[in-house]
Design a protein around this ligand. Structure first.
Ligand SMILES: NC(=O)c1ccc[n+]([C@@H]2O[C@H](COP(=O)([O-])OP(=O)(O)OC[C@H]3O[C@@H](n4cnc5c(N)ncnc54)[C@H](O)[C@@H]3O)[C@@H](O)[C@H]2O)c1
Length: 324
């Protein structure tokens, strides 16, 4: 039997994925699910043919400089790859793949969940009931903000944003506007019921809800800074299921506490898993622990897609989801 490629799987994956990986590869699984850290990642780069890695692995230029390196592929489990220094990977001839498409619907669902939770104060309401503080129905109790018919502003109009637009426009009767430097064609936008805006600022000024769907890149770091948060309406909500880096978290804390904006719904943070302590104490923000793609079905599909990339790579075929 020919020697199978060795693959270090940096975190626990759903069982069907681990089973299939072990069947096809010499898979080194992470039974304890402990992040490998810089040293562990370098050891993996030196001793395995590929890494099946995740958003919690910081594959910096320094980590990727491990010598002598045996690994030739970083098969990322996830669509976002801002935790990988892709320039350093490219310079070193290390291929990188990701898992787009399969997590689009689940992540769009979480964006809508946050939008509804923030506007209808459902986190606050749940805490109220569990604390035994509820005294009964009354016409003025815990009034939130209506979602139906409002304006949703999308920052980025890629796969996930389009899935959100569908839900918001066709499901909730929202008017959808967006800004994207690489926009869809007018026909595609019309099908989604979405109207382009030439600048991000126009979206911020017009929207009742702003939902972020651009990747984290050097250009989008702190895209939502103090000045841009100030462009939003005082009655508006910010939803972030993209990446923590896209929002200046300190500026967001300030905007939420000063009433610059009405509220926020966050799935991602600047220093995960740390969350700004001020956010933890606020009632007008909904906080989720990076659950965007966290369904059984999606996580299995992501694993199978990463596996497909490994399979293609080691059979010498072109990678389906090549990033570099
Ligand atoms: N919360 C989660 O668990 C979770 C899950 C999946 C993806 N994500 C994040 O969502 C991001 C989007 O995923 P996707 O599959 O829709 O990606 P995508 O590549 O299909 O879409 C990204 C869009 O952002 C646009 N864009 C780039 N720079 C921009 C800018 N400066 N301003 C506005 N738009 C800009 C691009 O042109 C593109 O259309 C990922 O990069 C990832 O970081 C998070």
């Amino acid at each position: 039997m020919s020697k199978r490629p060795t693959v270090v799987v940096t975190r626990r994956l759903p069982e069907p994925v681990e089973k299939e990986l072990s069947r096809e590869f010499d898979a080194r699984l992470n039974r304890d699910d402990r992040p490998l850290g810089a040293d562990g990642l370098q050891e993996a780069l030196r001793t395995a043919d590929a890494l099946l890695c995740t958003v919690t692995d910081r594959l910096t230029a320094k980590v990727l400089s491990a010598e002598p390196r045996r690994a030739r592929l970083l098969a990322n489990f996830g669509v976002g790859f801002n935790h990988i220094d892709t320039n350093a990977a490219k310079a070193r001839g290390l291929a990188v793949s990701n898992t787009p498409d399969v997590l689009t619907q689940a992540t769009a669902d979480i964006a809508m969940t946050l939008l509804l939770m923030a506007s209808r104060r459902t986190g606050e309401g749940e805490r109220h009931v569990r604390a035994g503080a509820w005294t009964g129905w009354r016409p003025t109790h815990m009034l939130g903000t209506q979602v139906s018919g409002k304006v949703l502003g999308l920052v980025g109009m890629g796969r996930i944003a389009r899935a959100v637009a569908k839900r918001a426009h066709h499901g909730f009767g929202m008017r959808v506007i967006f800004h994207d430097p690489y926009p869809p064609t007018p026909a595609e936008a019309a099908e989604l019921g979405a109207e382009p805006r030439a600048s991000l600022e126009q979206v911020l000024e017009e929207a009742d809800f702003v939902s972020l769907h651009c990747p984290a890149t050097p250009e989008t770091r702190h895209l939502m800074n103090r000045e841009r948060l100030g462009r939003m309406r005082p009655s508006a909500f910010l939803i972030n299921t993209a990446r923590g880096d896209v929002v200046d978290e300190a500026a967001l804390v300030e905007a939420l506490s000063s009433g610059t904006i009405a509220g926020a719904g966050l799935d991602v943070y600047e220093k995960e898993p740390q969350v700004s302590p001020a956010l933890l104490a606020m009632e007008n923000v909904v906080l989720l622990p990076h659950l965007g793609s966290a369904t059984q079905e999606t996580r299995i599909a992501m694993g199978m897609r990463a596996l497909e990339n490994l399979r293609l790579f080691f059979s010498g075929a072109p990678l389906r989801d090549r990033v570099v």
